[in-house]
Design a protein around this ligand. Sequence first.
Ligand code: FAD
Ligand code: MG
Length: 577
Amino acid sequence: MRFTAFFSEPAARAVRRSGLCKFAVLVAVSGGGVVAYADASSNHTEFSQGTPKKKLVVLGTGWAGTSFLKNLDTSLYDVRVVSPRNYFAFTPLLPSVTCGTVEPRSIVEPIRSITQKKTGPVGFFEAECYKIDPANKKVLCRSSIGTNLDGNGEFELDYDYLVVALGAKSNTFNTPGVTEHCHFLKEIEDAQRIRRSVMDCFEKASLPSLSEEERKKNLHFIVVGGGPTGVEFSAALHDFIKEDLSKLYPDIKDLVKISLIEAADRLLTMFDKRITEFAEEKFKKDGIDVKMHYKVVKVSDKAITMTNTAAGEVNVPYGMVVWSTGIGTRPIMLDLMKEIGQGDRRVLATDEWLRVLGCENVYALGDCATITQRKVMEDICAIFKVAGKGNSGTLTVKEIKDVLDDIIERYPQVALYMKTKQMKDFSDLLKDSEGDSFKESVELDVERFKKALAQVDSKVKILPATAQVAAQEGEYLARCFNKMKKCEEKPEGPPRIRGTGRHRFKPFRYRHFGQFAPLGGGQTAAQLPYDWISIGHSTQWLWYSVYASKQVSWRTRFLVISDWMRKVVFGRDSSCI
Ligand code: FAD
Ligand code: MG
């Protein structure tokens, strides 16, 4: 029960005894979500009638949506979840699925197994939301299962609170032919298709009466995008071919080629240079042809066209192309953004409490949204006013030090700036901006205050689109929702620096635990907190243990570990099913 995480155990017990028991009685008396759900004559899209619970609709069952659901006290809300996938997929292991190291079923968990364990009823609809209507507080959905349904299975859901966790789509940058001829690696189905396609290429290249040229073409695997997914997939494919397929296809094994195309000047740009250099060196040794500074401009059914300043335009025939150049915004999100005045943005913006800007009671998290961190300079006069209790028009350094923790809570860039400059407190910031003329005893006017904080906004960070961020956002938002009722009565949290009043919750803070880049041959690179870099076979064991521990259930943990052991004993499965 999540209550224990936020309240002391006796308080949690009291809440359970009073609040939750009342909720349980209410659900039983009113017929509640479960009973209404089981009634064949009832409209399944209706929320349970007569309960005082607020209607909470969650869109998406990926990292953000599932983390939110797992941590939410569902007895407090009338919860409905909508997603075209009735499962959660552990995306970091998708590259392993493409080569049969891990089976698809081992990395998915049915969403109903997760919701069934919750204290309150949770409705799930396997459907796609095609419109969010914030003005009328409803979402329009259509079933993604079949067309033999009345009205094509379309329905509407009203909400009091909406949690949008729709993820993102693969970004093609409108390059012609990509959607038609390339594979993406985003969903379980993509990984399964890639696995079949790799085997098809080998089987095609083994057919009699093919010219050597034709065989080579079919065995040319091109990966576009040198980010973490492209690099990991290239490494996984190389291992699959080297360790398994070359034994099964000895006559054609020497014709195989893997090319990795990157538009920038290095692979894994978000990683430390040492990791990038190691990856490039390793791929060179492995015979993976890394082409830097190449931009793909067109893909046809036979060849990929790229441009490079030195080589000009080149056409390269291929057997299979995997496109992995990052993510873009889903059309449904673009429509929502237009409607709420965010049409000029690339990604939906939320504040640090994950509330969608320009929308009441709508929250967005994960890859579909980005947090816009407020800048200190936007609020500098308000901060100055709040910090100066006497409204004297000046501030003492002590007065500022008293509220510095609150300022840092609201504007984490201040702490980051001070950390990078090895500063301990506000006096150091002042010393830095004023040099020799600095005197701690003197009172500060707003101009001096501005000058001291002028550089801190350079440390505003945009969070990356990763599972780690999405999961932490889901957990954070669930905590807010769990506390929402209590906080309505007694607001808590840091003083709101801007204006008066107090925020009910602390803003979201991301904690980075590091990132991995598996490079094949049992070697992985890791960039851990405090810029600690670890590369090699021992890091691969760290990778195994972290990914095993991060599985959402003991069932998937067991399946993933047994898949890894099966691969060691029997090798990967090469059948085309
Ligand atoms: P998703 O997990 O994509 O979930 C979106 C959900 O919305 C899905 O359930 C989808 O079915 C649903 N949905 C979509 N459209 C609709 C609609 N119209 N109506 C209703 N529901 C809808 N991150 C890491 O931190 N570490 C890694 O090692 C890592 N490896 C990765 C490897 C690969 C191959 C990929 C593709 C990604 C990897 N990521 C990794 C990134 C990570 O997967 C994403 O950042 C994460 O999935 C984002 O979570 P999300 O919940 O926002 O979106
Ligand atoms: Mg995000």
